[in-house]
Design a protein around this ligand. Sequence first.
Ligand code: GLN
Ligand code: ZN
Length: 761
Amino acid sequence: MALAHNLGFPRIGRNRELKKAMEAFWKGELDEAGLQAVGRELRAAHWQMQKDAGIELLPVGDFAWYDQVLTHSLTFGVIPERFRPHDGQPTLDTLFAMARGVSSGCCGGAHAQEMTKWFDTNYHYLVPELSVDQQFELSWEQLFDEVEEAKALGHAVKPVVIGPLTYLWLGKTKGADFDKLDLLDRLLPLYGQIFQRLAAQGVEWVQIDEPILVLDLPLGWKSAFERAYNLLQKEPLKKLVATYFGGLEDNLGLAAGLPVDGLHIDLVRAPEQYPTILDRLPAYKVLSLGLVNGRNVWRCDLERALAVARHAHERLGARLWIAPSCSLLHSPVDLTSEDKLDAELKGWLAFALQKCQEVALLVRAVEQPDADDVVLALAESRSVQDSRAASPRIHKPAVQARLAAIKPADSQRHSVFAERIVKQRACLHLPEFPTTTIGSFPQTPAIRLARQSFKQGKLNEAAYIEAMQSEIRHAVEVQERLGLDVLVHGEAERNDMVEYFAEQIDGYAFTRFGWVQSYGSRCVKPAIIYGDLSRPKPMTVDWITYAQSLTDKVMKGMLTGPVTMLMWSFPREDVSREVQARQLALAIRDEVLDLEAAGIRIVQIDEAAFREGLPLRQAHWAHYLRWATEAFRLTASSVRDETQIHTHMCYSEFNDVIEAIAAMDADVITIETSRSDMELLEAFEKFAYPNEIGPGVYDIHSPRVPTQEEIVQLIRKAELRIPPERLWINPDCGLKTRGWPETEAALANMVAAARELRKEL
Ligand code: GLN
Ligand code: ZN
C-alpha cells in the first residue's frame, strides 16, 4: 500500500485563532493556561482535519509558538545569554522574549533575535545565535508533549524536526568568527537523544527536514551530510529526509545515498528530478513524492500527478509515499470558509485542507483506480483543468496581443541617464542633496477607520474622498512647513502597497480568509492572480494630481512595481512568472504615462521585493534578473527624458544584484542603509553605479528621532563612496508605522542636515 502523509499543516487556525491568542497573551488579556488551551485545541482540530481528509501519517512538531526554528533553538538550549533564565529551564516567556525582545526591566532590556526569510518563501524565522563555545542541551519538552497529546487522541504520527545541517546553516555565528560546521559534532548527540525519546514513546518514523539540500552547498557541508547521517544511523526510528523548494541537482546522489530509510522530493518545483531519483534510490528506501503544490492555492491537476504516482507505484509498491511538495505552512487553511468567491473561481482553488484531500485521493487512485470516488474526482479535476484552459476570464486576447507586440525599444528610455539627468535638473530646480520621503506618512487610527467604514459602506464615497483629501492636505502642509524638496501625498488611501493596486487590476481575486503566517502573529493575505492582467482605468491619478494642486513643489507619484506585485501575490501556474510580470508591467506603464500626462514630474516605482525573487540556486539567477529588470524597464521607460523615475528597495544586500539594479536604469534609487552605517553603498561604489542614490539616513522601524548631527555624519560617510551631486537625503523606508510627532521631528532634523551639508559644497 502506498501511503498518504503530510509534511506540516498551517498552525494559525481557520480564523487566525493562534494569532489572536498570542496577541492577547502578550497584552496580558489571556493567561498561559488559556494560551496553552488554544494551542491544544488547534493541534487537535488540525490533526483531525488531516485525518478526515485521508492523511495516514500526521505531522507533529509543525505547531510552534511564534516560529518552528525558534522551537528548535529552545529544544537544543541555543538561548542567547541575554535571555537565559537565572533559575534553570526556559519558559514560554523566555521563548517570546527571544522572539520579540524585552523593552526594559532590571537588565535594561534585550533585543530580539534577528528574523529572516525562510528560503524563498514569505515566512520569516528567528535566526539561531551560535557562539564558538556553544553547548547544546535538551531544554524544551514541547515535541514530546505533543507526540503524547496526538497519541492520546489515537493518531498515527510522524514527528517533524529540522535536520542538524539545515539548523546550523540557518544560524548565525556570534562573537568570534568561526565555522558553524564545527558545532555539528556537539549538536548531533541531541538528535540522538531526541530520537531515543521518540522511540520510547512508540514513534516509528521521524521526518528530518533538510531543505538546504536544494541549495548550492559548499563541499564541507556536503561531506558533513554523510558524516552526520552515518552517525545518526545507529539511532532508533526510521528516518525520512525531506527536501523541498527546489531540485536536488548536484546533491541528488548525496541525498539518495544517505543512510536513512526514506527521501522526500519536491516534484512541483523540480519535476525533472523524478526519473533520476528513481534510478539512484537504494532498493530499501521509501520515496515520498511531493506532488501537490504546498506553496500555491490552485487545485492539483490530478491526472498529471497521477501519471507520475502510477509509474512510481509500479516500481516502488508500498515504498511509495505521497505528500504535498512542502509543508502546508505556506497555504491558507481551508477553502470552504470562502463564502464570497464565485463558484467557478472557487472551483479552481485548493487550500491546505483540500490539498490533504488531493494527496489522499492520489494514493487511493494508485491503489484502486476504478473506485467510484476516484473516477469521479479525476473527472472533476479534468473538467477544472479544461474550464481553466478555455475560460475567457483567464485568457484575454487583448492582453496577449499587447504582450506579443512588445518591442525591445519599449524597455529602453529614449536617452541615456547622463542626458536625461541634465534635462531633469533643468526643469525640476532641486537643490543639491534634495530631500524626500519614501511615500507613506503615518497611518493613523482615523485613516484606518475611514477606509474600513468606506469598504463596509458606512461612509459614502464623497465623504471618504474628503477624508483622504484632508489627510493629503495635512501631509502636504507638514512637508512644506518642514521644507522638504520633493513631496509625496502620503498614501493614506492605501491599505497595502500590493493590495491597493491589485484591487484595481483585472485578473486579480481576493479571499476573505486566505491568511498565511508571515512571522510570529503576523499573517498576510496575498491576492490571487488568476487571469491575464490589465488596468481598466487610472488607479492613482486623481489622488496624486489633487496633492500636486496643493503645492508648487514637485509632487512624486507613487506606484508599486511589477516584480513586487507578482512576488507578494499567489501567481498563476499555467503561465510563467515572467509573463505575469510583463502583464503587470504594461498595466503599471499605463499608469506612469497617465501620471506624466497629468503633469506629474517624478514617478516612484517601488520594487521592495525585487531581491527576494532571486532563485535559490545561483545558476538560475541570470534568467530571473533578466526578466525582472526588463519588467521594471518596461514599466518605466515610456516617459519623456524630463520625467524622473525613482525606485525604492528596502533591504540590505545589494552586492549580488548590483548589476541588475543598474540595468533597471531608474534615475534615482532610494535604499535602506542607516542600520548598515552606509557600508551598503560599497556595492554601488565598486560597481561605479552611475545614477542617483538616496541612501536612507534613519531607521523608520524605531520611534527614535535621529539628530541632525547623526544624519550629517552618515551623509559624510556616503560622500566617501558616492559623489555628493548624486546623493539624495531620505529615510530608510515609508513612515506609515510611525506617529506624526516623531515623524515631524525626524524630518526636521533631516532637512536641517541637508541644509548644513549644502553650505559645505
Ligand atoms: N511607498 C511605500 C511606503 O512608503 C514603500 C514601502 C516599502 O518599500 N515597503 O510605504
Ligand atoms: Zn521600503
